[in-house]
Design a protein around this ligand. Structure first.
Ligand SMILES: Cc1cc2nc3c(=O)[nH]c(=O)nc-3n(C[C@H](O)[C@H](O)[C@H](O)COP(=O)(O)O)c2cc1C
Length: 238
């Protein structure tokens, strides 16, 4: 997801052959919503829905995507929260297939509130967080992480996610200062865990998509390259 990845946007993307469409990331608890308000104040768009309305809002967005009869894939929702509770609650939405815990976003307001990338700071707490979600929800669980965060060991984090019982690890293999992914991160995660790896970062053509797969990812995700509502290469050729 990048930009306004809501039901309408995903519905538009549904014709391109994606297996999963992700909406969000939604700010799902008080801490994340307060952080979202501060981010909005400095002019960025945020999915900052009132806590009481979020469940219904997400439900309607998913229904909108799935009402498109040409789409037979799954829908995932990316949630920012400092605690598992709202994630477990939202996972009860019937039409939802995958719940994604956001341990990725790095806006300072979110990190200060204990959300997004802050979840990577302590692998034991991350393990407990994910275990709680896995234990209490019947949907598949994905955990989105940012790689190469200073002071964070990618493999320790990947093992915590694996041991906590998640179904997917979604890796933004960001290579600071470069406009291509750090494929070595995907290779090393592949060599250490059996999780389904969704490889992400700078996929914009067949070459980068294939490189991600040959590095050990089981799937790829694309954000900025589809921000205008089209995909610049044929997914079925990957
Ligand atoms: C404007 C914008 C908003 C984003 N919002 C989120 C978000 O809410 N949750 C998330 O997990 N990633 C978010 N991302 C990160 C992207 O999903 C993706 O991980 C990142 O852009 C690298 O992939 P790409 O090179 O395909 O864009 C956002 C990225 C952009 C550019």
């Amino acid at each position: 997801m990048a930009g306004i990845t809501n039901g309408q946007f995903c519905s538009k993307m549904s014709v391109y052959g994606f297996d999963v469409l992700t909406i969000g990331g939604y700010n799902a608890d008080k801490n994340a919503i307060n952080a979202g308000l501060k981010i909005i104040e400095r002019g960025r768009h945020e999915f900052n829905i009132n806590e009481n309305e979020l469940y219904h809002h997400i439900e309607e967005e998913i229904k909108y995507i799935k009402s498109n009869t040409d789409y037979h894939g799954q829908v995932s929702v990316n949630l920012r929260s400092s605690s598992p509770k709202p994630i477990i609650e939202i996972s009860k939405i019937k039409a939802l297939d995958i719940i994604e815990i956001n341990a990725h976003c790095r806006q300072p307001e979110l990190i200060e509130s204990g959300c997004g990338q802050a979840l990577l700071e302590n692998h034991k707490n991350l393990y407990d967080f994910i275990s709680e979600v896995v234990k209490n929800c019947k949907k598949k669980v994905s955990v989105k992480i940012r790689a190469n965060v200073s002071g964070v060991d990618n493999i320790t984090i990947a093992k915590a996610i694996n041991n906590a019982g998640a179904d997917y690890i979604h890796v933004d293999a960001m290579k600071p200062g470069h406009d291509y992914a750090d494929f070595s991160v995907i290779e090393s995660i592949r060599n250490n865990v059996d999780l389904f790896i969704i490889g992400n970062n700078s996929i914009r053509d067949l070459e980068s998509a294939r490189r991600m797969i040959s590095s050990g990812a089981d799937g790829i995700s694309i954000a900025r390259a589809v921000i205008n509502g089209t995909i610049p290469f044929d997914l079925s050729s990957v």
